[in-house]
Ligand binder design. Structure first.
Ligand code: SAJ
Length: 405
C-alpha cells in the first residue's frame, strides 16, 4: 500500500481525531466524519474540540496542508476507519453497537472492490463479523472483494500522539488477506510492532487488556478495605509485597473511572455472565470502593460534629478520573463529591481540581487556600500539586490515593 490512498475516519472524538491527524501528517489524504457540525467546523478551521497535548499542532498543520478535512457526510475513500463510541444500553450494562452499525451503514454505499474497512471502536466479540454480514447483505456483489479487519486502539489519554505511533497494535482480519491488508495500512504510520491475528481474537484482546487492569486494581482496592479494618498502612504493605520478584500489585484509589476500564469489562460480563465471575466481581469491588470512600468522609464529618458540636469545613482534593488530567467524565472522585454534598447542610466545602478553572456544579477553589482553611482534607486524586502540600498534624487528613505514602 502506498501513501497515495484516501482515508475516511468516522468519529472525530478522543481517538478518531488524533488518529486522523496522525495519518494526515504522514502525507495521506484523510476526511474525518462526525455527526456534530460544530466539531466539523472547528476542525476545518484547524482547531480542536478536545484537550490532548500536541494534537492542536497536528490538526492545524494537516488542515493547512490540505491533508485533513472534516465533513458530516461520509466521503468515498480507499480505507474506512470506524472510531465511534460504544456506550451501554438498558439498565444492565449491555454494549450498544448501534453507533458502529450506523457508521457502517453510512459507509456501505461508497464501498468498491479492494477497499479496506476497519473497526477500531471497542466492540463485543463477533462485531466485525456482524458488520461484514451487514455489508454483504446489502452489497452482495462485493462479497469477498473487500478487506475487513478489527484493530483496537490502546492509547492513554494525555499521551495519545506518542502512543499512537509507538504502541504495538493487534490486527485481526476476517480472513488472512484482510489481516495482511490492514497491516500494510498501519505500517504507513505506526512504528510499534503489528501483531497479526483474527478479528474475534483482536476484539477479545482489547476487552481483556482493560478487564485485566480492572481486576488488578480491584485486588488493590480490596486490600485497602482489609487494611483499613486491620489497621495496616496499605501503601507500605503493597510496597513491601512488590519487593517479591513475582508480585506486582497496583495502587488502590477512590474507585475506577474513565471511559474504558470501568466500561469494557461489562462487555464480557454481558455476553458470558456465568463465565466471568471474577471480572464481574472486580467491577463490583471497584464501584463499592467509591461508595465506601463517600461513607468514610461522611463518618469523619459526623465524628467531628460529635466532638466539636458543629460540622467541620471540608476540602475535597481532586475531581478528575485520574491524576494530572482535566477529564471529569465518569470520575469516581466526582461521584464521591456528589454523595458528600447530598448529605451536607451548608457546611463550608472546598472543591479543588488544579487541572480546571471552573465547573458548572462545583465552585473550584485554590489548592493552598482550601488546604489552609479546611479542617478535614480529603485526598481523592493523586495530582502532582497535592504532593507538594506540607504535612499538617492539626488537620484531619483522609488520604484515599496515597499522597503521603
Ligand atoms: N487506577 C487505580 N489504580 C491504579 C491504576 C489506575 O485506581 O493503580 C484508576 C485510575 O485512577 C482511573 C482508572 O483506574 O480512575 C483508569 O485509569 P488508567 O490510567 O488505568 O486507564 P485509562 O482509562 O486512562 O486508559 C486505559 C488504558 N488501558 C490499560 O492500561 C490496559 C489505555 O491503554 C487504553 O487505551 C484505554 O484504557 C482505552 O481507551 O481503552
Amino acid at each position: 500500500m502506498t501513501k497515495n490512498i484516501t482515508v475516511t475516519t468516522v468519529g472525530l472524538g478522543y481517538i478518531g481525531l488524533p488518529t486522523s491527524a496522525l495519518v494526515a501528517s504522514n502525507g495521506i489524504r484523510v476526511n474525518g466524519v462526525d455527526i456534530n457540525p460544530e466539531v466539523v467546523e472547528t476542525i476545518n478551521r484547524g482547531e480542536i474540540h478536545i484537550v490532548e497535548p500536541e494534537l492542536q499542532q497536528y490538526v492545524s498543520d494537516a488542515v493547512s496542508k490540505k491533508f485533513l478535512s472534516a465533513s458530516v457526510e461520509v466521503q468515498e475513500a480507499d480505507v474506512y476507519l470506524v472510531v465511534v463510541p460504544t456506550p451501554f444500553k438498558g439498565g444492565n450494562h449491555e454494549p450498544d453497537i448501534s453507533f458502529i452499525e450506523a457508521a457502517t451503514r453510512n459507509i456501505m454505499p461508497h464501498l468498491k472492490e479492494g477497499d479496506l474497512y476497519i473497526i477500531e471502536s471497542t466492540s463485543p466479540v463477533g462485531t466485525t463479523e456482524k458488520m461484514m454480514n451487514l455489508i454483504y447483505s446489502s452489497r452482495p456483489e462485493l462479497k469477498d472483494k473487500l478487506y475487513i479487519a478489527y484493530c483496537p486502539e490502546r492509547v492513554l489519554p494525555g499521551n495519545v500522539m506518542y502512543e499512537l505511533v509507538y504502541n504495538d497494535r493487534v490486527i485481526g482480519g476476517v480472513d488472512t488477506g484482510s489481516t495482511e491488508r490492514a497491516v500494510e495500512f498501519y505500517e504507513l504510520f505506526v512504528k510499534g510492532d503489528l501483531h497479526k491475528t483474527n478479528a474475534r481474537t483482536a476484539e477479545m484482546c482489547k476487552l481483556t487488556e482493560n478487564a485485566s487492569r480492572d481486576v488488578q486494581i480491584a485486588f488493590a482496592n480490596e486490600l485497602s478495605l482489609i487494611c483499613d479494618k486491620a489497621d495496616i498502612n496499605v501503601w507500605e504493605l503493597i510496597q513491601l509485597a512488590n519487593r517479591h520478584p513475582r508480585v506486582n500489585i497496583l495502587q488502590p484509589g477512590c474507585g475506577v473511572g474513565g471511559h474504558c476500564i470501568a466500561v469494557d469489562p461489562y462487555f464480557l460480563v454481558a455476553d458470558y455472565p456465568r463465565l466471568s465471575q471474577l471480572i464481574g466481581k472486580a467491577r463490583e469491588t471497584n464501584n463499592y470502593k467509591s461508595f465506601w470512600v463517600a461513607e468514610k468522609i461522611q463518618n469523619a464529618m459526623l465524628d467531628f460534629q460529635v466532638k466539636h458540636g458543629r460540622m467541620p469545613s471540608v476540602a475535597i482534593m481532586g475531581l478528575a478520573f485520574k491524576p494530572d488530567i482535566d477529564d471529569l467524565r465518569e470520575s469516581p472522585a466526582k461521584y464521591i463529591a456528589q454523595r458528600v454534598i447530598q448529605s451536607t447542610n451548608n457546611e463550608q466545602m472546598y472543591f479543588v481540581e488544579p487541572n480546571i478553572t471552573d465547573h458548572p456544579v462545583y465552585k473550584i477553589s485554590d489548592c493552598e487556600l482550601a488546604f489552609n482553611e479546611a479542617e478535614i482534607i480529603v485526598f481523592l486524586v493523586a495530582h502532582k500539586e497535592f504532593k507538594k502540600l506540607p504535612k499538617d498534624d492539626n488537620k484531619i487528613i483522609l488520604d484515599f490515593c496515597g499522597i503521603y505514602k
